[in-house]
Design a protein around this ligand. Structure first.
Ligand code: FMN
Length: 209
C-alpha cells in the first residue's frame, strides 16, 4: 500500500477486537519507534509494553479510554524525569562504541549536550523530553499502519497514577502519552466509518515564494 493510502486507512481506533498483534509485527513497530529522530539523538524516553491484563485493568481506572484493556498491546511512552551528567556520559560512550571512535573525539559534542541540556529547569526538561517522545509516537503510528495494525494515540489518562502503578518514579521516568495497538472491531467501532477531517491544504500550507 502506498504511504498516503496507508495514512488514509489508519484512524484513532476506539473499539478493538480480541485479535492479538503477532510478535514480529510488534517487534518491527518498536524498531521503527527506536529509529525515530530526536534532539541530540538522545532518545530521552523509554517504551513500556504492557501485556499483563491485571496491570492493564488497574491502569484503566485512571483513563476513560476502553482501549487500555481492549487493545492487543498498550505502549506507554515515558520520558526521563531529568537529564543527568551520567545520562550524557553514557550516551557519549554509546556513540563512541557504535561508531568506533575515541571518546575524546566527541568532546565538543559532549560540551554542547552538557551546556544545552543540563541547564534546563525541571519544567523545561519535561517539555523537551516530551517533544522527543511525541516524534516517536508519530513514528509508531505510521509504522503500525504500515504493518496493517490499528493504533490509538492517547493523552486521556492520569499520568501520576500510571507512574505510581508502573513504578516509574523509581526508574526515573514519567509517562507522557500512550499508544494502543491491535485490530479494529469494524462492526462496533463507529469511528471506523468516519470520514477523515483535515484542514484543506490551501489553508494548511503557507508557501512563501
Ligand atoms: C497526542 C494525541 C492524543 C490523543 N488522545 C486521545 C485519547 O485519549 N483518546 C482517543 O480516543 N483518541 C485520542 N487521540 C486521537 C485523536 O482524537 C485523533 O487522532 C484525531 O481525532 C484525528 O483522527 P484520526 O487519527 O482518526 O485521523 C489522540 C491523538 C493524539 C495525536
Amino acid at each position: 500500500m502506498e504511504l498516503i493510502e496507508t495514512l488514509q486507512w489508519r484512524y484513532a481506533t476506539k473499539k478493538y477486537s480480541s485479535k492479538k498483534v503477532a510478535d514480529d509485527k510488534l517487534e518491527r513497530i518498536i524498531t521503527a519507534i527506536n529509529l525515530s529522530a530526536s534532539s541530540f539523538g538522545m532518545q530521552p524516553y523509554k517504551i513500556l509494553i504492557i501485556e499483563n491484563p491485571e496491570v492493564r485493568k488497574k491502569l484503566s481506572a485512571y483513563s476513560s479510554n476502553p482501549q487500555i484493556t481492549e487493545a492487543s498491546h498498550l505502549l506507554v511512552f515515558a520520558v526521563f524525569d531529568s537529564i543527568k551528567q551520567d545520562t550524557i556520559k553514557r550516551y557519549i560512550e554509546l556513540i563512541a562504541k557504535e561508531r568506533e571512535l575515541p571518546t575524546e573525539s566527541l568532546k565538543v559534542f559532549k560540551e554542547r549536550a552538557l551546556n544545552g541540556l543540563l541547564l534546563k529547569s525541571e519544567d523545561e526538561n519535561l517539555i523537551w523530553t516530551t517533544k522527543q517522545a511525541y516524534i516517536a509516537l508519530g513514528t509508531g503510528l505510521i509504522a503500525a499502519a504500515a504493518e496493517k495494525v490499528d493504533a490509538t494515540p492517547m493523552e486521556g489518562f492520569d499520568a501520576g497514577h500510571f507512574d505510581e502503578l508502573l513504578g516509574l518514579k523509581e526508574k526515573g521516568l514519567k509517562s507522557v502519552v500512550l499508544l494502543a495497538l491491535g485490530y479494529r472491531d469494524e462492526v462496533n467501532d463507529s469511528n471506523a466509518r468516519l470520514k477523515k477531517v483535515r484542514w484543506p491544504k490551501e489553508d494548511f500550507v503557507i508557501t512563501i515564494k
